[in-house]
Design a protein around this ligand. Structure first.
Ligand code: FAD
Length: 457
């Protein structure tokens, strides 16, 4: 009887242990379920839905090259899989492990209805498996990475299965176009189409291009005006490429590639955190932090909207927020600056920023997003970062963001070098806003709120 492969954020044929196991067992029914029901509060954001559409189309095309195809169904995963099993006579389901709380719940439900085989392969090591000497999970990145590093390299990536046997007859599938994953009008995805090629082929291209420059990562990665990072994050998030493949393609590059591998380690670390704290995306880990003296009310709402639209009066922040809106991605250094600005200068709850990123990033990832927001806020398990308030103007100069600002904030493009990071009121073009808050005043307000918080806990 046929075997079901339940694809989720693992939309690839190569180094896909669930597909490999199913292909070895018999005829395969590959299925993707749009499960808008299980997550409820965590439905996929707009940018992710755009990516998903193209990634599914690409996966289907790759399967068809092998005489197979992707079956699309909508609904709660366990119900859909049980129904599909009944229609096809399949009784076994193969899938890769995922660690978002809603996926873990869905797995439990599937396992009750059918025989579910879960395989590893979306992380360098199974989250939860790297523990301290006394067997406890790590809370802090540095010792976690040291311990994970000891277990490396990961297993060699496996090629795509040679053959994927088709069942005698194919069950019905929804049409991808009917799922409405793409934007209607206005079509905001033009910038994304220009910049990205979702799917396994696009991921391999990015990997090949990055492998050429991986040795220079350390010197380049903090410069938003350079293409010095891998741009693999959405491909890794949707599982179009395995981290083991990335590791083996880059680790011998020499130079500062170890720093890059450490970033792949951050991705593992984030999963390790959400395994311990499933609600990390919506709740501060530090006691009392959700009652921090965040601003609220009309003015705070307007400031949040200005931040979202890239109209804060800080060119580096605005460039980042506009890059995000156009391409679904933002440079990591600028993500840190923009997040710190929202939380500290504007004194707005980190969860508002997390939500905006969730909706607009093509790499929006429950674990990585929450871990980085909580790290910046100092609300998480790992840091006391609240009092480390980044100065956006100093950062902008230090990391040479002039060309980046010129690209993303075109109304500032003609400003001279001395004005581009911090346009003076005389030079500031009409239509570009004044600063929402001066750095010094914002900093003092944030530190005052921190003192109050400390006194109350
Ligand atoms: P590279 O520098 O080439 O790094 C290689 C890979 O390592 C990335 O593709 C990514 O998978 C992983 N990685 C790198 N940095 C981090 C990190 N700090 N945390 C976790 N993984 C990392 N990354 C996401 O994938 N999804 C998110 O939702 C996300 N939200 C973020 C929110 C904030 C506030 C901040 C400060 C960072 C966030 N990041 C997130 C981390 C990081 O900014 C992106 O992973 C990175 O910019 C992606 O670009 P790249 O692929 O060129 O990265």
């Amino acid at each position: 009887s046929p075997v079901i492969v339940w694809f989720r954020r693992d939309l690839r044929l190569s180094d896909q242990a669930a597909l490999a196991a199913a292909a070895a067992a018999g005829p395969v029914i590959p299925v993707y379920i749009l499960d808008d029901e299980t997550p409820r509060h965590r439905a996929m954001g707009g940018a992710s839905r755009w990516w998903l559409h193209h990634s599914l189309a690409s996966l289907d095309a790759s399967l068809r090259e092998k005489g197979s195809r992707l079956i699309l169904r909508k609904g709660a995963s366990a119900d859909v899989l049980a129904q599909l099993a009944e229609e096809t006579g399949a009784s076994e389901v193969h899938a890769l492990h995922h660690y978002e709380p809603w996926w873990r719940n869905a797995e439990k439900a599937v396992d009750k209805a059918l025989t579910l085989h879960l395989h590893h392969g979306n992380y360098l090591a199974p989250p939860g498996a790297v523990t301290t000497g006394s067997g406890n999970p790590y809370k802090i990145y540095t010792p976690f990475w040291r311990a994970l590093r000891e277990r490396m390299p990961p297993p060699e990536p496996q090629p795509r299965p040679h053959t994927i046997k088709a069942p005698e007859s194919w069950p019905e599938s929804d049409a991808l176009e009917d799922w409405g994953l793409l934007p209607g009008k206005p079509d905001w995805a033009g910038g994304m189409r220009d910049f990205w090629e979702p799917g396994e082929g696009g991921a391999d291209k990015r990997l090949r291009a990055f492998a050429e420059v991986a040795s220079r990562y350390e010197g380049q990665r903090n410069l938003p005006g350079e293409e010095g990072t891998s741009f693999l994050s959405p491909h890794l998030h949707f599982g179009e490429i395995s981290p083991a493949k990335v590791w083996h393609a880059t680790s011998s590059a020499g130079g500062s590639v170890a720093t890059f591998l450490g970033e792949i380690g951050w991705r593992d670390y984030a999963q390790n955190v959400i395994v311990q704290y499933p609600e990390y995306g919506s709740r501060s880990a530090k006691d009392g932090f959700d009652q921090f003296g965040w601003r609220s009310g009309k003015q705070a709402e307007e400031d949040l909207a200005a931040w979202q639209q890239g109209r804060t009066g800080y060119p580096i922040v605005d460039a980042g927020m506009r890059q995000l809106w156009h391409t679904g991605w933002m440079h990591n250094r600028v993500r840190m600056i923009a997040a710190s600005f929202l939380i500290k200068h504007l004194l707005i709850d980190w969860r508002c920023g997390e939500e905006w990123f969730w909706d607009t990033l093509v790499d929006a990832d429950y674990g990585s997003n929450a871990v980085n927001w909580q790290w910046t806020a100092g609300s998480g398990v790992d840091s006391n970062m609240f009092v480390r308030i980044m100065a956006p103007l100093t950062q902008s100069e230090k990391f040479d963001a002039a060309s980046y600002i010129r690209e993303w904030v075109p109304e500032l493009a003609d400003l001279p070098a001395g004005e581009i990071h911090d346009p003076s009121p005389v030079c500031r073009p009409k239509g570009y806003p004044a600063k929402l808050v001066e750095h010094k005043a914002g900093r003092e307000r944030a530190l005052g709120a921190w003192d109050k918080f400390k006194a109350s806990t």
